[in-house]
Design a protein around this ligand. Structure first.
Ligand code: FDA
Length: 306
């Protein structure tokens, strides 16, 4: 049943008609539990609240799979305005984005131009931009764009790799020469068994494997998970191998396991929360529901609220 619900929500996450309609509805169906608001001031307010608790952030102006040049350029403008707002407000946050939001599916050159516009601004504020990893169809091109931008912008750009893909262990080896700053995650999209581990237990095992490998190579890891067993493992592993806390951070999503977020920050770990905002909330929200069918209860409750 859980697998069926997961598949339904992952299928719905790609529905363009509903995605389009949702932009006009405003945050609905309990989405405000996972999305900080619609505007940049909403987002900065949420980051301020986190910073007060000793938690840093990464802001994400929601958007993905855009199909027009105008939309792609507008998305890039939003990313730039977000970086400027972070600098103006003096809050502790970097930026996360998706390449399909910047026009990757329309024209790779358009996407590169947008990325360079954003990274020029990030560099001028001495900030950092993380490229989220999307579905498997975009994996190789995303990695190749990251390599090119890493050569040009160095420490100002990072990438995400997903433990559910068989290829990720090899990608970690291949990327080592770039000394990459990687966010490591389990993986949120629906992928066939030809490319991704179908069993969650295998994904969990590979997650630990790639985290350990990346850390032992001496590279910076953002361990992004709400899985307490993994977090405990990383704490023990880094202590055992004398890996300094400056070489890794924990990351979680806005609105999920907030108590654990605060506890890790209190223990002195860098704790970064991914704070999404904007009107393109639909796909992101559906993936959060797919991860945890129990979240659907929030949706149902919210539908009966005024
Ligand atoms: P797992 O799914 O095993 O969950 C462990 C526990 O966490 C659950 O038992 C539950 O308690 C809690 N939990 C997990 N998800 C929840 C939810 N939605 N609601 C409530 N509780 C929940 N993926 C991707 O493909 N590309 C990307 O770029 C990113 N980026 C990213 C950034 C950050 C900061 C995070 C934390 C995650 C991502 N992800 C991602 C998503 C990631 O791939 C994965 O789908 C989710 O993090 C859920 O997996 P967990 O590691 O939390 O473990």
């Amino acid at each position: 049943m859980e697998e069926l619900m997961r598949n339904v929500f992952l299928y719905l996450s790609k529905n363009q008609g509903l995605n389009h309609a949702a932009k006009k509805w405003g945050l609905r169906f309990g989405a405000s539990r996972f999305v900080a608001g619609m505007t940049i001031p909403d987002a900065i307010r949420a980051v301020n609240d986190l910073n007060r608790k000793g938690i840093v952030a990464t802001l994400d102006h929601l958007g993905e799979f855009v199909t027009s040049r105008e939309e792609a350029n507008e998305s890039a403008d939003y990313c730039i305005r977000t970086l400027d707002a972070i600098a103006d407000a003096g809050v502790k946050s970097n930026l996360s984005l998706k390449l399909t939001q910047l026009g990757l599916d329309i024209d790779k050159n358009l996407c590169m131009r947008n990325m360079r516009r954003i990274l020029d601004v990030a560099q001028s504020h001495d900030n950092f931009v993380r490229i989220d990893m999307e579905d498997y169809a975009h994996n190789e091109v995303t990695i190749s764009i990251f390599k090119e931008l890493r050569r040009e912008y160095g420490k100002h750009v990072g990438l995400v790799l997903q433990a559910y893909l068989y290829k990720t262990e090899k990608d970690i080896d291949d990327l080592h020469e770039f000394r990459p700053n990687l966010r490591l995650v389990k993986g949120a999209y629906k992928e066939p068994k030809e490319v991704a581990f179908p069993l969650k237990t295998d994904v969990d095992k590979n997650f630990i494997k790639i985290i350990e490998k990346h850390l032992l190579l001496g590279n910076y890891a953002a361990v992004a998970t709400h899985d307490e067993a993994v977090i405990q493992h990383v704490k023990a592993f880094t202590e055992k191998h004398n890996i300094p806390r400056s070489q890794f951070e924990f990351q979680m999503l806005y609105g999920i396991r907030t108590g654990l977020q605060e506890q890790l920050a209190k223990e002195g770990y860098t704790m970064r929360v991914y704070v999404p905002y904007g009107n393109d909330w639909y796909g992101y929200f559906m993936r959060r529901l797919a991860e945890r069918p129990a979240n659907v209860a929030f949706v149902i409750k919210s539908m009966f609220k005024n």
